[in-house]
Design a protein around this ligand. Structure first.
Ligand code: NAD
Ligand code: TYD
Length: 340
């Protein structure tokens, strides 16, 4: 297996690279990453030290650069692409949607077109449950749920999904799509709910909860998502999208209170702030297709996953300091400054 993994220096990509190198001793991974604010090459330093130049190769670059992508594919004789690269944060897409369209739509199309032209046999596109829009108090998203994205982020991901679908219908290209619910775990950038709340609580800062705190997300531990991507790569039916979820539907306020209690911090740190515009109310995943066709089953409960996550962030305060660059602070100050 010779994989081109894109966005391998981000949260899920990092966990995926570690998992695949360990589980598949024959696998060679080429990681193409632009190293945006969310990408950190140091995440994979142990891999570079152990396998650099043999089973692991890092290329600094953009999935939208067709020439670079073609060079990576031909040089390393790639036999499958797994596309994690994306702008991934909803709040940033509300502040400025341009990079989302450039990377998530145009970048994915360029990567897909280049892989297809060069005859790469398989392409897994990592998408999200957010393409389905929002649910009311009951029901779950299935793969048949119509696509109805509400944020610029989810609209850009949905657009990429449609291009992937068209490549299968038009060219018979072997593209599969994964749609997963909210991930959490090691290496998640501290702008997403769980790591942001861990960071703020441990510093004794106020915890900004949007709206009434009753928006529901279906939380999945990151290694379970990586397992879903691996199974899709190995067994997925070309042209098919697969849902993945973690069986852990929770209102945000419950997640925040769990973090505070685990860290021994008072609930008085919670601060309800102005809601996110277009805020999806509830996500929940029916992943029975992945159970039936791929044998997928999440392995980590929310209680186990949150305990592991809290322990990881406690042990990796250096990582947290390292990823908080000037650009990170500038965005956080503007976004939350306007919501107080
Ligand atoms: P992330 O923001 O942590 O990482 C994204 C990575 O992509 C970074 O390393 C970044 O440098 C890289 N990147 C960005 N633009 C690039 C470009 N043009 N060319 C090459 N590399 C580029 O994101 P994540 O949370 O790890 O998410 C990975 C994928 O999974 C995304 O496609 C996201 O939409 C999807 N997803 C995420 C979640 C979640 O809860 N985080 C849930 C479902 C799906
Ligand atoms: P987030 O981690 O941004 O993921 P997504 O928007 O892709 O689901 O947010 C998860 C939930 O937490 C979402 O309902 C928005 C909410 N939220 C807050 O209440 N406060 C925050 O500071 C953040 C970042 C998110």
């Amino acid at each position: 297996m010779r994989l081109l993994v894109t966005g391998g220096c981000g949260f899920i990509g990092t966990n995926f690279v570690y998992m695949m190198l360990e589980k598949h001793p024959e696998a060679v991974i080429v990681n193409l990453d632009k190293l945006t604010y969310a990408g950190n090459r140091f995440n994979l330093l142990p891999v570079e030290r152990q396998y650099g130049g043999s089973r692991y190769h890092f290329i600094h670059g953009d999935i939208g650069n067709a020439e670079l992508v073609a060079h990576a594919i031909t040089t390393h004789k790639i036999d499958a692409v797994v596309n994690f690269a994306a702008e991934s944060h909803v709040d940033r897409s509300i502040a400025d949607s341009t990079p989302f369209v450039l990377t998530n739509v145009l970048g994915t199309q360029t990567l897909l077109e280049t892989a297809r032209r060069l005859g790469v046999p398989k392409f897994v596109h990592v998408s999200t449950d957010e393409v389905y829009g929002t649910l009311g108090p009951t029901g779950k998203f299935t793969e048949e749920t119509p696509i109805a994205p509400n944020s610029p982020y989810s609209a850009s991901k949905a657009s990429a999904d449609l291009i992937c679908r068209a490549f299968h219908e038009t060219y018979g290209y072997a593209v599969t799509i994964t749609r997963c619910s909210n991930n959490y775990g090691p290496y998640q950038f501290p702008e997403k709910l769980i790591p942001l709340m861990i960071l703020k609580a441990s510093r004794g800062e106020s915890l900004p909860v949007y709206g009434d705190g009753m928006n529901v997300r279906d939380w999945i531990y990151v290694t379970d998502h990586c397992l879903g991507v691996e199974l899709t790569l190995l067994k997925g039916r070309p042209g098919q999208a697969y849902n993945f979820g973690g069986n852990a539907e929770k209102p945000n306020i419950e997640v925040v209170k769990t973090i505070l209690a685990s860290l021994g911090k008072p609930e008085s740190l919670i601060s309800y702030v102005t809601d996110r515009p277009g805020h999806d109310r509830r996500y929940a995943m029916d992943y029975s297709l992945a159970q039936r066709e791929l044998g997928f089953e999440p392995e980590v409960t929310f209680e186990q996953g949150i305990a592991r996550t809290l322990a990881w962030y406690k042990e990796n305060t250096d990582w947290l300091e390292q990823v908080q660059s000037g650009a990170y602070r500038a965005f956080m100050d503007t976004w939350y400054g306007e919501r107080k």
